[in-house]
Design a protein. Sequence first.
Length: 112
Amino acid sequence: MIGNLQEHEIIIAEIPFQDGSDSKWRPAYVLRFDNETLKVLKITTKYQQKSDYIKQFYFEIVDWLNAGLREPSWIDTINVIPLNNNVKIRIIGSLTKRDEKRLRDFIANRQL
């Protein structure tokens, strides 16, 4: 259900675990979309319990409510996750212009 999907939108999708053992429906940020592969970054509400090392890779979404999220959230920029184009998704929102710019700067400074 890719349909009208665009880069920089926030979706709910079935995201596989890193070890491939299972998957979980969760919010994700659409980093790239080329009609064949969807590349996303996971969005999480779990920040406080992470190590300082991990926290440096988490981008805070300041305008989380305007982005369609239900609670304060962070984009996990550690791993870009490829999803195929037949994955079921639901678009819930997009980053505000302010958060888009902040994320671009954050990623550029991280050199991902």
